[in-house]
Design a protein around this ligand. Structure first.
Ligand code: G3H
Length: 194
């Protein structure tokens, strides 16, 4: 049996004001999540054996979420959040206002819609493919990444149909514990109060 861990970064300053993309750091609540997560591993070595390898994205909010957890780590480019291209740093209201056609197109086909100068969920599925294969060949990896990327990674384990991938619920401030025999995947959610 193999076990690995998946989590979104703690809440960021951009999450608080509803902006997407960018490289904002953790909010005070997000920092609290980082502490709670560190404590969770420290206090439950039997049921949640500490990660032997920590993979974050290259963005501050994931690096700082994993900061207190002991173990070797790497910042992986393929774990960076979906590139929203011309919409980076905007709120959804601003996108609708400035790029109404883009907003409508995305609403019509969120899976295949590609942000101008950015990416689609279909692009992301391909981008994370090698990460998924790598997770399965290592022991006890902790992946700290972002909502859209983790939807794509979880889709592999849950067998989600492509069009449904952009709507998978990956809750904030929750550790996903995945146990597998290499064939079937069982996901346990551990929400942490912050
Ligand atoms: O900032 C991007 C979000 O994590 C992705 O959200 O694909 O539902 O707009 P969305």
């Amino acid at each position: 049996e193999q076990i690995f861990y998946i989590t979104r970064h703690g809440e960021s300053d951009f999450n608080v004001i509803g902006r997407i993309g960018g490289d904002a750091d953790l909010s005070p609540r997000g920092r609290k999540y980082a502490e709670r997560l560190t404590r969770l591993f420290r206090e439950n070595p039997q049921t949640l054996p500490g990660p032997q390898l920590i993979w974050t994205s290259e963005l501050q909010r994931t690096i700082h979420t994993a900061e207190g957890i002991p173990g070797p780590r790497a910042a992986v480019n393929d774990l960076n959040e979906i590139d929203a291209g011309i919409c980076e740093g905007l709120t959804y209201e601003e996108i609708q206002e400035r790029f109404p056609q883009e907003f409508a197109w995305r609403d019509q086909d969120k899976f295949k819609y590609r942000y101008p100068h950015g990416e689609s969920y279909l692009d992301l599925l391909q981008r994370v493919d090698s990460v998924v294969q790598a997770i399965l060949t290592k022991t006890q990896v902790l992946v700290v990444s972002h909502q859209a990327v983790l939807r794509c990674i979880m889709a592999y384990f849950m067998g989600t149909r492509p069009e449904q991938v952009p709507y998978i619920n990956v809750p904030l401030h929750t550790l996903l514990v995945v146990r597998t025999n290499g064939y079937m995947f069982e996901v346990e959610q551990i929400p942490l109060k912050v």
